[in-house]
Design a protein around this ligand. Structure first.
Ligand SMILES: [Zn+2]
Length: 277
């Protein structure tokens, strides 16, 4: 979106005005941006060298006019016809090997079907029930999490190597919903970034809010590979703002109370840009 309100000074900014503010002012004010219509917090993403314009974005409240403006230009929403309600028996096998591929690839929901063919004895005879299995890469799962509340709440069984099985609704946790109860738990954490920033020892921090909020820690030996894979430019910290991320990992809390998830390899993380602004 082209406009956002800064709670700090009460001003409405067009994105081209905001982009011209001194860097320190941008750093300060971007943490206080909201949608000027629905008042939900917003982010600022500056222009990128690959030609994406600076913009504001937000998870608008239902019915917000600014959201309507965003979605009219959205021609790339994935999976709109995928009927999760009628696919409760589908089993999803998370394929971490596929997680190493680029994120912008077509989705194939029907890959390798019918691997399970359960026979259930039900008194009156044997009922054959086919469980459709799909092998899904992280990028495809992330796009479903973004696009479909039905998917987020579904009881489809997810198989995660090294972890076991859980339902989709139990396994994935949005950043906004994380609480102390999740500390120490291995889950699929996902949500939106506010910025990426280099920290001590050249590690990269993918931040989801203000300094004390959850961050994803990318160790220095993985930072350059992650930047180049997902198009995060290293000249500043704002080109990752607004990107969605999904990370499979364990939530920790640092000695001074900051929640974080450290990734061990790039197979356990994926990032993508939202369908549109
Ligand atoms: Zn709004």
């Amino acid at each position: 979106m082209q406009q956002a309100k800064c709670k700090l000074d009460g001003e409405n900014y067009y994105v081209h005005q905001f982009a011209k503010l001194p860097p320190d002012e941008i750093t300060e004010k971007r943490q206080h941006l909201t949608c000027s219509e629905c008042d939900i917090s917003a982010f600022y993403r500056r222009e990128t060298r690959n030609g994406r314009h600076a913009c504001f974005g937000s998870h608008h409240a239902e019915g917000c006019q600014m959201a309507a403006i965003q979605t009219t230009t959205d021609t790339n929403r994935p999976n709109q016809n995928w009927d999760y309600a009628n696919n409760q028996e589908q089993r999803i096998v998370v394929d971490f090997a596929y997680g190493t591929a680029q994120t912008e690839e077509p989705i194939n929901h029907t890959a390798r079907p019918n691997q399970f063919d359960d026979s259930i004895y039900s008194g009156s005879g044997t009922v054959r029930r086919q469980n459709i299995v799909s092998h899904r890469r992280l990028s495809s799962i992330l796009r479903d999490l973004i696009a479909s509340p039905q998917f987020c709440n579904s009881n489809q069984i997810l198989h995660v190597a090294g972890f076991g099985e859980a339902t989709v609704s139990d396994f994935f946790m949005r950043f906004d919903n994380i609480s102390n109860a999740h500390v120490g738990r291995f889950m699929g954490y996902w949500g939106r970034l506010t910025c990426a920033k280099e920290g001590d020892s050249h590690a990269l921090w993918l931040n989801t809010g203000k300094p004390g909020d959850l961050s994803i820690l990318v160790p220095f030996q993985l930072a350059d590979a992650l930047r180049s894979r997902f198009g995060i430019e290293d000249r500043g910290d704002l080109t990752a703002a607004g990107m969605f991320v999904l990370v499979f990992g364990t939530l920790h809390v640092s000695w001074h109370g900051k929640p974080y998830i450290e990734i061990a390899d790039l197979c356990s993380i994926t990032m993508c840009n939202p369908p549109s602004y």
